[in-house]
Ligand binder design. Structure first.
Ligand code: PNS
Length: 160
């Protein structure tokens, strides 16, 4: 039974995240999509809101996917929950340095847990939550970059 985790801020979830989730779930028996509560970033949405967005818009009907919130170290969460693989998406070379350091640190903290990288699909290779937030705040159109149910929530939060 291969249990994997896809951790992130998901602030908000984008089509790039969905691409990774859809491909990762095919590679494992179960996938935990884990929303970081105490990410160092200052988030636009609370952890509860980010979980709600992921669950209500995306995955409520897929019983291989569980959406959780986590605090503390990702490595500890993996060990405590029998997770052997961490999935991360790689968009560009620019992602690599941070991801490399994180993978090695997680390996040191939890030697039985490996990190697997999925290369973002071409059409999503430039999409990030940060870019989506900025474009929405300046009244730009991101309808092809985020799930449709996310759009109204984003506009409400950023344009008020
Ligand atoms: O979507 P993000 O912001 O790139 O995700 C980063 C995240 C949340 C996966 C990373 O910051 C993380 O794992 N945070 C949990 C705390 C932790 O374990 N930190 C040490 C990582 S080596």
């Amino acid at each position: 039974m291969l249990k994997a985790i896809y951790p992130g801020s998901f602030d908000p979830v984008t089509n790039g995240h969905l691409d990774i989730i859809n491909r990762a779930v095919e590679l494992c028996d179960s996938l935990v999509v884990a929303v970081a509560r105490n990410s160092e970033k200052k988030n636009l949405f609370s952890a509860e809101e980010r979980i709600q967005m992921l669950s209500s818009c995306c995955y409520k009907d897929n019983n291989k996917i569980e959406i959780v919130e986590f605090g503390g170290l990702l490595a500890d969460y993996c060990v405590e929950n029998g997770i052997s693989v961490i999935v991360r998406g790689l968009r560009a070379i620019a992602d690599f340095e941070f991801e490399y350091a994180m993978a090695l640190m997680n390996k040191r903290l939890a030697p039985a847990v490996d990190t697997v990288f999925l290369i973002a699909s071409n059409e999503n290779s430039f999409v990030s939550s940060r870019i989506v937030r900025e474009v929405v705040s300046l009244d730009g159109d991101v309808s092809s970059l985020v799930p449709s149910c996310i759009l109204p929530l984003l506009k409400k939060r950023l344009r008020n």
